[in-house]
Design a protein around this ligand. Structure first.
Ligand SMILES: NC(=O)c1ccc[n+]([C@@H]2O[C@H](COP(=O)([O-])OP(=O)(O)OC[C@H]3O[C@@H](n4cnc5c(N)ncnc54)[C@H](O)[C@@H]3O)[C@@H](O)[C@H]2O)c1
Length: 264
């Protein structure tokens, strides 16, 4: 069998331009490493320039994705600079409201705006640029929260909406040569967990017991799945929703362990 490292451009991504939102976050940084390692030209977007400091990016786009005009202006400039994306990874996301008691009108609007409407603000102009160039590939980073309830109700509603939106892109923009797919990560230790760890430094030990693989998902697990879906290797795949969740949504490990295997 040939050594994969000896195959030039094994993913067909050499020279392809990738735009990653939330590039300064934990999964965003793993995405940059994965796509750069596959030979792609990587640009990143985030809401604060400092979050992108020191990252190996061709173009840095700084805007809050809840601001439709700021997003459209940043994408228009990227396209005008000759760097229209071949691939878009909608990775930015945020939640703080853990359960329904934390959700009021303001929180609901804010978490929907960041996690759902924000992705729409970025995707619309990028899709137009992709269609004009004959195609492209879009990966949405949703969550297991978009598939079932694991807390964070407003965020979950937004992520479920993101899956529906991705499917609309897959169905309607396929004729423009655009593919759209979704990855649904389980729990990943990134800065998104800092606020929970600040409250309870031992929380991750309990997280692991819910996962059939016996570990949390790693940022690079999510990045590698996105890389595959974005690449020509997945050329026949569109509208797919891929859990990258260590088996969390495959069933209920605790039920099997505590009830079915119960020792009397
Ligand atoms: N970490 C997890 O356990 C986990 C699980 C499932 C899904 N996800 C999803 O993975 C993606 C990446 O999350 P992460 O764990 O790397 O979190 P992170 O907090 O490390 O990174 C998120 C990034 O999104 C950016 N962002 C947030 N709001 C923004 C806004 N209004 N405008 C522009 N940028 C904004 C942040 O600045 C940050 O750089 C998110 O969509 C998240 O919902 C994470």
């Amino acid at each position: 069998m040939p050594d994969p490292a000896a195959i030039p451009d094994p993913f067909g991504l050499a020279g392809r331009h990738v735009l990653i939102t939330g590039a300064g976050g934990g999964i965003g940084r793993a995405m940059i490493a994965a796509f750069s390692g596959a030979g792609a030209i990587v640009s990143g977007a985030d809401r604060d320039a400092a979050l992108l400091d020191g990252l190996a990016l061709r173009h840095r786009l700084v805007f809050d994705l809840t601001d439709a005009k700021a997003a459209a202006d940043a994408i228009a400039k990227l396209v005008a600079d000759g760097a229209a994306p071949d691939i878009l990874v909608n990775n930015a996301g945020f939640t703080r409201a853990e359960t329904l008691k934390d959700v009021d009108d303001k929180v609901w609007d804010s978490e929907l705006a960041i996690n759902l409407t924000g992705a729409f603000h970025v995707t619309s102009p990028v899709m137009a640029a992709m269609a004009a160039r004959g195609g492209g590939s879009i990966v949405f980073v949703a969550s297991v929260n978009g598939l079932g309830h694991y807390g964070n109700p407003a965020y979950s509603a937004a992520k479920a909406g993101l899956i529906a939106y991705a499917k609309s892109v897959a169905v309607e923009a396929g004729r423009d040569g655009i593919r759209a797919n979704v990855v649904c990560p389980g729990s990943v230790r990134t800065p998104a967990w800092d606020h929970r760890l600040a409250k309870d430094p031992t929380i991750l030990e309990d997280v692991v017991s819910h996962y059939p693989l016996g570990r949390m998902v790693r940022p690079e697990d999510v990045a590698n799945a996105a890389l595959f879906l974005a690449s020509p290797l997945a050329g026949g795949v569109t509208g797919a929703v891929l859990p990258v969740d260590g088996g969390l949504t495959a069933g209920n490990l605790r039920f099997v362990r505590d009830i079915i295997e119960r020792k009397s």
